[in-house]
Write a protein that binds this ligand. Structure first.
Ligand code: AMP
Length: 206
């Protein structure tokens, strides 16, 4: 199973990815996590990405594409993967398609989590409050300014991917405002139909 989780920051992609990792025995590939690890380790990629990420802007396509190309070639990705936070631009989606085609692979589905923007701000504020209360370190981009930039980046550069994948018959849209368990069930349901479909038609589940 190879799939993409598409949705704005705070939509619940990470939470749902963890559930899918267990159900399908596949790996979660989060470019945000990979980039944060690179920043922490002070690698050349990390140095390049650090300030961009703290502002909430997107890291250049060629940087993330190279990271993903390396990562999906690792043995643990052979059984399948969930891309969480990648692709975020149409050129990244095109690069992904090329790298999968080179391996004779294709995506099974692109699952879009639709959420209300006001709820996103609320979710992120709640996460910040809870993490602060637990004494946990906040992400450099967990603040109102960066979140605004992240949402703008999503709207202008990532949201067009829904139409891109709809055109390819891969898009499955889920109501991301439902309770976590219900979102998980809705994803399971669309993946059941997506698996094994050689030629999918686009569908919307609400
Ligand atoms: P995330 O954890 O997915 O919210 O990503 C955190 C930050 O990492 C984003 O705001 C971007 O600065 C950067 N980032 C993660 N994935 C990508 C991507 N596919 N393309 C460009 N920048 C990315």
């Amino acid at each position: 199973m190879r799939l993409i989780l598409l949705g704005p920051p705070g939509a619940g992609k990470g939470t749902q990815a963890q559930h899918l990792v267990k159900s399908y025995a596949i790996v979660q590939l989060s470019t945000g996590d990979m980039l944060r690890a690179a920043v922490k380790a002070g690698t050349p990629v990390g140095l390049k990405a650090k300030d961009i990420m703290a502002r909430g802007d997107l890291v250049p396509d060629e940087v993330v594409v190279a990271i993903v190309a390396d990562r999906i070639s690792e043995p643990d990705a052979a059984n399948g993967f969930i891309l969480d936070g990648f692709p975020r631009t149409v050129p990244q989606a095109e690069a992904l398609e090329r790298m999968l085609a080179e391996k004779g692979l294709a995506l099974d589905a692109v699952v879009e989590l639709k959420v209300d923007e006001k709820a996103l701000l609320h979710r992120v504020e709640t996460r910040v409050r809870e993490m602060t209360a637990r004494g946990e370190a906040l992400r450099a981009d967990d603040n109102a300014d960066a979140l605004k930039t992240r949402l703008e980046a999503y709207r202008s550069q990532t949201a067009p991917l829904a139409a891109y994948y709809q055109g390819k018959g891969k898009l499955r849209t889920i109501d991301g405002m439902a309770p976590i368990a219900d979102v998980g069930k809705a994803i399971d349901a669309v993946l059941k139909t997506a698996a094994g479909e050689s030629r999918s038609t686009s569908a919307a589940v609400r």
